[in-house]
Design a protein around this ligand. Sequence first.
Ligand code: BDR
Ligand code: CA
Length: 319
Amino acid sequence: MTTQRQVILDTDPGIDDALAILLAVASPEIELVAVTVTGGNCPLEQGVENALAVLDTVDASAPVVPGVALPLIRPPFTAPETHGNTGLGNANLPAARRNPAPDHAIDVIVRQIMEAEAPATLVAVAPLTNVALALRREPRIVERVHEVIVMGGAFDVPGNTTPLAEFNVYVDPHAAYIVLHSGLPLTIVPWDITSKVLLTQEHVDLLLRTSSPVTRFIADATSFYIDFHRQYFGYAGCSINDPVALALAFQPELAQYTDVFVDVEIDSPKSMGKTIADVQQIWKRPANARLVTSFDDAAFLALFMERMTHLAQRHPGPV
Ligand code: BDR
Ligand code: CA
């Protein structure tokens, strides 16, 4: 077998974050070396508890490392209407069986990148606060990391949090600014792409044919998420944004990309967090990101269903 790519997942679990954690555990191409957490969809402590509880469901032992609770400058902004009061929709997982790592996410991101034998990939599916501060702590991660895959931004579609801005960027636009201007090898998969990747009730019903706490969790978490997407966006299913970013760590061929200069608005209240891609090179700035321009939704959903079914089969039990 070829060597597994080491992956650090920076997350704010979060229903689709939880699905990204499960996809990471279910994917033999990668080794999930750390789950680092920041405040976002829910407050930091809740997100840490959620990450631990989700990993317990599949007996996975990746360290869960608390990071920064608050955005760099702006006040905290959570999303209970999207992810429910606990962050995991209608799911009711048992309390976590283990403790978070006695470490800080910023140090773990730096250490995992700087000390990895083969360059590691960082998948960032939350406000970018931890990543920005890791850059400040150790700027040389720019040269050492294999790739940083960011789920964030809304370019040619309305935002999902303000008319212009996507959640992860809106919550900490200053952190996004630091990351975009850092020189990190960025791949960005925006809301333009991920909002169309819909897990439907039919998908969930298919998963439920395998009796397992894994499928029970997915059904309970996504029932809330599907209702939210129906009410707010009129979608027939829920956008599973974060697993899309995770999948690109080992199946980059699912997407097509363009190299482009990307920036973020941090000055204007009305457009705070709006991301801009200078596709016509009007600003004459070198590209700082590889932006996903199209994505094979069907192939990804087939992969996701296959991996979740297999994971459930490995963890059978009453639903
Ligand atoms: C992003 O915002 C969060 O609510 C999701 O977990 C995802 O990371 C989508 O805009
Ligand atoms: Ca997220």
